[in-house]
Design a protein. Sequence first.
Length: 343
Amino acid sequence: MSSKVVNEQEFRIFIDKLASAYEVLAPVKKRGEHVFQRIFDAGEVDLEYVTTILPPKKYLLPPSDGLIKLRQDGEFEEVEPEAPVRVLFGTHSCDLHALMILDRVFIDHFKLPQYVKRRRNLLTVALTCLNPASTCFCASMGTGPSPDQGYDLLITKISAGYLLEVGSEKGEELIRFAPGRQGGKEDSEEKSKLIGKAVNLFKRKIDDVARLPELFERNLEHEVWKKLGEIDLACGQCVMSCPTCYCFDVIDQLSLNGSESIRVKEWDACFTLEFSEVALGGNFRRDRAARVRQFIGHNLGWGGGVQYPELGGRTKCVGCGRCIRVCPVHIDLTEVVKMLRGE
């Protein structure tokens, strides 16, 4: 696959050309935080970010998504999703790996038509993360700081400007928008050195990730769950900010005159009391301790086991650290693992 090196001015030209040809979604700074949103010129993009408030999954799995429309005469039709060709620009390796996990769930396993269509129209321009947040631990999860697959184009900041590396045929189309010179061996070597330095910057880690499913299965009744349940607020911020959480509810929205109804899939959270409620008021996770265990266990433990076949035996957590960052009572997944191990 080909590569190019562009300087700062050429890089801005590259972004401007992409924005004129595609709907480009990139990190933008707002009120001291960063969000993915559509940009129209290079001046809006800020690649010096550590993480965004919400992950880019919102463009593939919207918070509310129509599935089918049912009419009064009994006829129904699928709701056609909005799926323009988009470029996800500057996404970190953790979020890129999160998209690959969602691909396993909604393309390989469940085959959700809305997701499939949006995903096929999404081009990914990933960004090597050289300045990880203090809450990140993607290096432990094998999802960062730089991806080796899953991207169409990869950007790495180097001394000469930016190294652009193609990862697919679609990436070959994108790199044509970039001026600059051809990338060389010295550029790739510099990239490798920078990644090595970035790995040493992580302040959090989880050891022996492959044995996490066994750890969680062995500690279903560990006292740590009760302690966490006592401080947890069940606010669900961790779930809403997680790049791989995909729990949902399905509701029917009836029009005011009763002529039609739309079946809608909406984000849901295992932290809510209603999520695990069944007929006659039964609830498998009535106390918060059980809900904390479910969220952390699904992300770090049981996702890598047999309970969730759609994950293909892979741990769901990508180590982005958003859940740690947003938790109002400072629950830290890396510390929970240490407590379960008695460290």
